[in-house]
Design a protein around this ligand. Sequence first.
Ligand code: ADP
Length: 367
Amino acid sequence: MNIYPKLILDALEKVRYPGTGKNIVEMGMIEDDMRIEGNKVSFSIIFEKPNDPFMKSLVKAAEAAILTYAGENIDIKGNIITKAKQPPKPAPVNLLPGVKNIVAISSGKGGVGKSTVSANLAVALAKLGYKVGLLDADIFGPSIPKMFHAEEAKPYMEKVGERELIKPVEQYGVKILSIGFFINKKDALVWRGTMASNALKQLITDAHWGELDYFLLDLPPGTSDIHLTLVQTLAITGVVIVTTPQEVALADARKGISMFTGEKINVPVLGLVENMAWFTPSELPENKYYIFGKEGGRRLAEEMHTPLLGQIPIVQSICEGGDSGIPVALNDSITGEAFQFLATKFVEQVDFRNKNLSATHRVEVRR
Ligand code: ADP
């Protein structure tokens, strides 16, 4: 059986804290350190009091529930953590009340396919029936308009209540905005630092995004002030890191993960996408050639204890889809399916995160 976080959480939901009628998941007692490696699962239960009388029996009950629910052959380890509950953060001003999840898509290095993955993930989520927005925050090389066949689009303003807001361009069921809609290509390089951050903030808070299940931010590559500002001003659900299996890309992805999970930013990494995982020629669809090395993304995911959300092969149609503005995720080819699979895993991970977060950590904008 394939073990994944949601399955474990479902099992843990069967365990009630004696006398309360509530289960240990809804009581926020599951620490954010669950690890799944093959058939090895470890998790921790948080107890507020170091002398809680149910400590041992609850860990035992939780282990038993997982074995019953997810299979007998799991090597399981339940841990005990004692700590006081964090006081709730003051509620920030919520400027995007209709947006359920903001997820940043990031990469350590340029050219690894971050925008391709963002575009296709957005389209695949829309195909699954979700309401999706995509902000092209890659200020130095905005490529989303081209990938959506919308290079000539000119978003206009619309009146929403008392405010004049930018209306995102809608293509393939995805609402998109890009700095590329507002500037000439040759001017892109002068967008730096605060100016870029402010422009991006405006595209987020002064646009009519309406109701969204997923708002994806295609970040610039690397680690810059723009990342810091965006991630610190928006309460982000999590980050997805895109890498290729190549050593140099992995090293930069590792740096990116450390930046996001570091104390300064402290945003959960939802998972890793290994793009260009292998090359498959269209005339020999069964053949895989590991041009950039084999399974590098999977290894990094294991090393960083983060889920591998998907492996996308190098296929000519992905590149052509980007150039022609018709993302491959729109069709049901094998490549289209790879993105559909990614979208499903992505939804699962976001749900998993949300279940584990306090109600205050939601999509809100701090000023
Ligand atoms: P980034 O946003 O990381 O700079 P892009 O998404 O712009 O990278 O991709 C760089 C180039 O690689 C583009 O020409 C894109 O079409 C191509 N590309 C990305 N992923 C794949 C893939 N899996 N197969 C084939 N070509 C790809």
